[in-house]
Design a protein around this ligand. Structure first.
Ligand SMILES: Nc1ncnc2c1ncn2[C@@H]1O[C@H](COP(=O)(O)OP(=O)(O)OP(=O)(O)O)[C@@H](O)[C@H]1O
Length: 329
């Protein structure tokens, strides 16, 4: 048992692995031949990006649907059955601000994940790459609202995202923010901390246990990045500007919280909204997980259905250095 029962196109370039237990998952199963054709044979020109976990290609199916295909290598000891059942489960989630995971294909030592294609790529580029057109404040707020509601939806479905970061927020054709599922959601991220440096909640480094409040922390870091147009942690920065918590608290102490904003916004912003996003960001990145709001509260604050609690910049638990300070100082 467990051996491949059927190997489609054995010994051909379209060879793939299918096992009997996958029969129930056939609606989510893509053929390697179909994906090969969709991506023009995984041609260099269709490559969207290569990250530590694998390469992502743009593709077009025979139905004319645009897709993105992520190729990931599988460890021999990986529990493939469990992984595939997780992929199928995640694929059943439906929310307008999630990047839909359409299905998968499996080859020897390799997994291919198929997603809806997001034409504008990820937020990382728009927020931190000076060469990309800047996002206006109203576009940013629209994206923030979308991502917050997607994360709330995941938590309501008892799913942790585990890797909220700007690179995992993609933009669709209408510039809606769509939360992408990084590999961390499947627990296959080879980074044992689960998540990405800078966005990981301090307690996660010690416990290694992902929680909803750790997702809220990462979302808070993202909020600060949206408003400030800078990465949450910037290595070459001045010590007091090393991370956005210190930077925003400094501005707040000087009585100029809005001064922490992205200068690329120029005059295009609403002070009250920037203030709300910055204050909410600080609330979410508090050191103590119990002090952070839930995603349901976060959505209420963003939608203006609840009043944000006042939190002076010297409140214990916000302006203290993160563990990264000590590691990287
Ligand atoms: N569905 C998609 N549509 C369009 N572009 C995508 C899609 N998914 C990923 N990309 C792009 O492909 C590149 C690599 O993405 P990938 O998700 O592997 O990066 P990552 O976020 O660092 O990885 P991970 O989240 O698994 O740690 C990025 O530039 C990303 O914007």
């Amino acid at each position: 048992m467990g051996a491949a029962l059927r190997s489609m196109y054995a010994n051909s370039k379209y060879e793939e692995v299918r096992e009997e237990w996958e029969e129930d998952y056939s609606p989510q199963r893509f053929s390697y031949k179909g994906l090969y054709k969709a991506t023009k044979g995984f041609k260099e020109s269709e490559l969207l990006g290569t990250e530590a976990n694998g390469a992502v290609y743009r593709g077009k199916l025979s139905s004319n649907a645009h897709i993105a295909v992520k190729r990931v290598s599988l460890d021999a000891e990986q529990d493939t059955k469990h992984l595939v059942s997780q992929i199928v489960g995640i694929g059943k989630l439906r929310h307008k601000n999630l990047v839909q995971l359409l299905g998968y294909c499996r080859r020897k030592g390799e997994l291919l994940l198929v997603y809806d294609y997001m034409p504008y790529g990820n937020l990382d580029d728009f927020l931190f790459n000076e060469e990309k057109p800047k996002l206006s404040w109203s576009q940013r707020l629209h994206i923030i609202k979308g991502v917050a509601s997607a994360l709330l939806y995941l938590h309501e479905q008892i799913v942790l995202h585990r890797d909220v970061k700007a690179a995992n927020v993609l933009l669709d054709e209408d510039l809606n923010g769509r939360l992408d599922f990084g590999l961390a959601i499947f627990g296959t991220n080879r980074n044992p901390m689960l998540g990405s440096v800078g966005y990981v909640a301090p307690e996660l480094i010690i416990t290694g246990m992902p929680t909803t409040k750790a997702d809220v922390y990462s979302f808070g870091a993202l909020l600060l990045e949206f408003a400030c147009g800078r990465m949450f942690i910037e290595y070459p920065g001045k010590p007091e500007e090393f991370n956005l918590i210190s930077w925003v608290c400094q501005c707040s102490k000087r009585g100029n919280l809005v001064g922490a904003r992205d200068i690329r916004l120029e005059g295009d912003y609403v002070s009250k909204e920037i203030e709300m996003v910055l204050k909410l960001g600080l609330l979410c990145v508090q050191y103590n997980p119990e002090d952070r709001p839930s995603m349901a509260q976060v959505v209420s604050y963003i939608d203006g259905n609840a009043v944000l609690p006042e939190m002076p910049p010297d409140t214990p638990g916000i302006s203290i250095p993160t563990p990264y300070h000590e590691v990287l100082a």
